[in-house]
Write a protein that binds this ligand. Sequence first.
Ligand SMILES: NC(=O)c1ccc[n+]([C@@H]2O[C@H](COP(=O)([O-])OP(=O)(O)OC[C@H]3O[C@@H](n4cnc5c(N)ncnc54)[C@H](OP(=O)(O)O)[C@@H]3O)[C@@H](O)[C@H]2O)c1
Length: 322
Amino acid sequence: MKAVVHDRYGPPEVLRVAEVDRPEPAEDEVLVRVHATTVTRTDIHMRAAKPFFWRFMLGLRRPRRRILGLEFAGVVEAVGSSVTQYEAGDRVFGLRNGSHAEYVCVRESGLIARIPDNLGFEEAAAVCDGMSQGMNALRAGRVGPGTRVLVYGASGSCGTATVQLGAYLGAHVTAVCNAKNVELVRSLGAEEVIDYEREDFTRNGQTYDVVIDAVAKHSFLRSRRALAPNGRYVATDRLYNFPLAWITKWIGRKKVVFDVTGYERDDVLLLRDLLDAGKYRAVVDRTYPLRDVLEATRYVESWRKTGNVVLTISHDEKGARQ
Ligand SMILES: NC(=O)c1ccc[n+]([C@@H]2O[C@H](COP(=O)([O-])OP(=O)(O)OC[C@H]3O[C@@H](n4cnc5c(N)ncnc54)[C@H](OP(=O)(O)O)[C@@H]3O)[C@@H](O)[C@H]2O)c1
């Protein structure tokens, strides 16, 4: 099968499309023929091994896992002998390492669900990662009905998800983004939108119960003024937030919180229900064929994408069930 591989850490140019062995499903796994996947920020971190700590997980000198990719959407090709919930032809989506490939094996009990009928492969591939990050950030901030939450970087993958989920949870969402995305984030559920090029949200006199830095370009120190007395700043990246979280746990009323939960199967199932009910929307900026993975990766690295960047993989469509 075709897959995007990398044999060393480095710039996007270390990626290449190559022929590799097709995986065989274990007895509790389904083999998915991937129709769409995405290039995420996590792929960028893993490919470059930046920050350095990624090497402790991925291989000190070179990557042990050659194929990147986290999100997939496709059709079940075959199932292991003990699989009961899926059969060949089912349309599925979810999260699995190694999804930049024509086929991927996923445990039946893993991060996988059926694609709602109203959704195409490209949209289904572009929802799980951002949603998981967004949900974890909202949980870390203890966001619920009536919480005044500000989402900084509301136009990215994590940001567009956080705005939608915050509104779903009943919070009052203020989104901060560039002028070109104001209408988009409003349509996703933001009640107020601030253009960060024209207004500094820390200097407009408003305060928020929770500030979520969904793009990791702001900071606790800069946000402090905009936090309510017991407010929480939710970090999504940057290692220095760990010691800040520890210090603010003991000192001061305004806290830094950091979620390290990772991906939850229940979130994928919740997402499926929200998509099915029309309460959640995929935000896809650009779509590239798999062979253009370099171009797609460079675009993601530009920090200018709106929502998500999808890679499509063409197959013979025979056997796909709706
Ligand atoms: N993909 C995920 O869900 C995921 C997974 C793991 C970790 N994370 C962490 O979450 C963070 C965000 O990742 P992401 O994939 O969601 O990012 P992203 O989609 O690449 O973010 C791009 C967006 O951020 C906006 N932006 C860029 N610079 C900004 C600034 N200085 N102020 C405000 N907005 C700015 C851009 O809008 P404009 O061009 O309009 O300014 C663009 O729409 C990263 O630190 C990442 O490590 C995310």
